[in-house]
Design a protein around this ligand. Structure first.
Ligand code: FAD
Ligand code: SF4
Length: 327
């Protein structure tokens, strides 16, 4: 595997990055830590001839966890070692600490993690391997090997941070040619999209950073991940949960899942009915079962879909029992 030649741009501001992007429509990628993009390039997956590195854009490196601000170029290592995040936003620090290996976390960034390419057993392969099979919809081909009768891609969203940021109620700031906007992390991912068109970002938009609500210190959260090799692998399932109680009843409860479908999902429909209720063991069991029933993994990662679905229920139950105040 080798890296083909590309032209590297190194803008110093977000505005410069946007201008370079608009000069090369459809022919560029933004480059953050490169820990996902460059291995994919080496496998000749959707190469672009222009790379716009965000490494010199100082604005994107701002890290002010006490004020709830995390720039998109902040490294995962900084998140996992932040005492403020560990204490106030445990799910986020835990999720960061579970990405890949220490070496990858030293380069991998928050923005790159939120926009990480979706994964599939038939996609994350070398060019000769894919060619032998006739390629697929997501790169160079016109059919899907996982669900052949559909013209959709079912590649799995396998970033760890998104579910954690979703349950914490975080918002991303996005910069584009028409200005800047903020939207909830949960709304960054396209509910009508698939493994190819996965976010609602317009072409050429830059992710500037993430705003995490500071809260009043009562919220508790956690993140747990199922993977084949615990020291290395992408999630086969990621479960984030956040809980705030008041007078023994649920004030706020969020659960978000990753590693199962083409986008991470906030399970608001399932959790909302519990607001104002006591979080008994029976309710936890019922909710875990509802969440388990609603997920639809397909057979394109290492572990079987049935097993991942079953473990979804187990992980949700464990997460909530761990967050629940002991009575
Ligand atoms: C061995 C190995 C194991 C891994 N395991 C995991 C894992 O367990 N969990 C996990 O979540 N990830 C894993 N990864 C993937 C990756 O390392 C992380 O997701 C990392 O956080 C990606 O960040 P990056 O800065 O390297 O992104 P890059 O590779 O630089 O970029 C990823 C994508 O995001 C886009 N992008 C990046 N920043 C911006 C921005 N600010 N604005 C607009 N677009 C942007 C890029 O154009 C590209 O499409 C693994 C990678 C390796 C090599
Ligand atoms: S789900 Fe289908 S189209 Fe998508 S990457 Fe896998 S084989 Fe390709």
């Amino acid at each position: 595997m080798h890296l083909d030649a590309f032209e590297l741009h190194q803008p110093a501001t977000v505005e410069e990055a946007l201008a370079i992007a608009s000069a090369h429509p459809g022919r560029f990628d933004f480059l953050a830590g490169g820990t996902d993009l460059l291995p994919n390039y080496k496998m000749h997956l959707n190469l672009r001839p222009q790379l716009i590195s965000l490494d010199r854009v100082q604005e994107l490196r701002a890290f002010r966890p006490e004020q709830g601000w995390i720039g998109s170029m902040v490294r995962l290592r900084e998140l996992e070692s932040s005492p403020t995040l560990r204490e106030r936003h445990t799910a986020l620090a835990q999720a960061a600490s579970e990405v890949a290996t220490p070496l990858v976390r030293a380069s991998g960034t928050v923005g790159g993690n939120l926009l990480v390419e979706t994964r599939c057993f038939f996609f994350n392969q070398s060019q000769p391997w894919r060619e032998a099979l006739g390629f697929c919809l997501k790169a160079d081909g016109d059919r899907c090997h996982v669900v052949p009768q559909k013209e959709r891609c079912y590649a799995t969203f396998s970033g760890d941070l998104a579910p954690a940021l979703m349950v914490l109620g975080a918002r991303v700031e996005v910069a584009g040619s028409s200005g800047r906007r903020r939207l909830p992390v949960a709304e960054l991912y396209d509910p009508k999209g698939d493994g190819i068109r996965r976010t609602l970002l317009a072409p050429g938009e830059v992710l500037v950073g993430v705003e995490v609500p500071k809260g009043d210190g009562r919220e508790r959260s956690n993140y747990a991940k199922l993977r084949v090799r615990p020291s290395f692998d992408f999630p086969e399932l990621g479960v984030a949960a956040a809980l705030t109680m008041k007078d023994g009843r649920v004030e706020r409860l969020e659960i978000a899942l990753g590693g199962l479908e083409a986008r991470p999902r906030l399970m608001r429909k399932e959790t909302e009915p519990l607001v104002g209720e006591r979080l008994t063991e029976e309710r936890v069991r019922t909710l875990s079962e509802e969440v388990r029933r609603s997920v639809r993994p397909v057979h394109n990662t290492y572990l079987a879909p049935d097993y991942r679905r079953k473990m979804t229920g187990v992980f949700v139950r464990r997460a909530l029992l761990a967050l629940r105040p002991s009575t």
